[in-house]
Ligand binder design. Structure first.
Ligand SMILES: C[S@@+](CC[C@H](N)C(=O)[O-])C[C@H]1O[C@@H](n2cnc3c(N)ncnc32)[C@H](O)[C@@H]1O
Length: 224
């Protein structure tokens, strides 16, 4: 890992994710989680103070030790117990059906294999559990998508692997989830990075991943 990724990127990520624009989105969705909660890609722990009193325990998963160090100081003030898991979401070290709700915010853009990660989330979530998500991704506007596709290779390199162009709705389906609620739209900021998908999804019974969804594993749009 280079010096940029190890030292500068975690600080830049923390600063970017503290943006005021994102706060109302966190405040709207994160407090819906309850019981035993897994946050995937917890980063510097910006959601930790927002969880409601309905949370009993939080598993805080992220592969970045540097970001988890920042999250630990935020977790020190939490009223529920927090267990840190310094692991990638493609291999979640929890038992099947062991969590009530999962939260991801601005994380599916960065996970190298988002479908594998969603399948793991599905495995550890109990059958009635919910995946609560706030994610940025592929715009419905062809002109914006052209820029998202053009910029992603460069953006990935400077932004820790972030893709601007992932079709979050389709990734969710490929990972075995169906949306209970999905709100989409732009928030403030450049359109390439500000088209949000937010809502709740539940694991599909059986959760079979159709082979035809192979395109989604690459994080690109399906051309009908
Ligand atoms: C843009 S940051 C968002 C952080 C946090 N969710 C927030 O809302 O502030 C993306 C996060 O995804 C994490 N990440 C990268 N690869 C991952 C993986 N394979 N599994 C889980 N998280 C990952 C990064 O370490 C980083 O914390």
């Amino acid at each position: 890992m280079g010096l940029y990724s190890k030292y500068l990127l975690p600080t830049l990520t923390e600063l970017a994710m503290r943006s005021r624009t994102l706060r109302p989105e966190r405040a709207r969705w994160v407090p819906l989680a309850r019981g035993v909660v897994l946050e995937v890609g917890v980063g510097s722990g910006l959601n930790v103070p927002i969880y409601s009193g309905e949370v009993r325990k939080l598993y805080a998963l992220d592969p970045s030790e540097e970001l988890l160090r920042m999250a630990r100081s935020r977790a020190a003030r939490a009223t529920f117990s927090v267990e840190f898991l310094c692991r990638p979401a493609e291999a979640i070290p929890l038992a099947d059906g062991s969590v009530d709700d999962i939260v991801t915010t601005w994380t599916l853009c960065t996970i190298p294999d988002p479908v594998a990660a969603l399948q793991e989330m599905r495995r550890v979530l109990r059958p009635e559990g919910r995946l609560i998500f706030v994610e940025h991704g592929r715009s419905p506007d062809p002109a914006v998508v052209r820029w998202q596709d053009r910029l992603t290779p460069l953006w990935q390199r400077v932004a820790g692997g972030c893709h601007l162009n992932r079709p979050i709705d389709r990734l969710l389906r490929s990972g075995g989830f169906e949306a209970l609620e999905m709100n989409r739209g732009y928030v403030a900021g450049p359109q390439v990075g500000s088209y949000l998908y937010r809502g709740m999804a539940r694991p599909v019974p059986g959760g079979r991943v159709p082979d035809t969804d192979a395109w989604a594993k690459k994080g690109i749009a399906h051309v009908e």
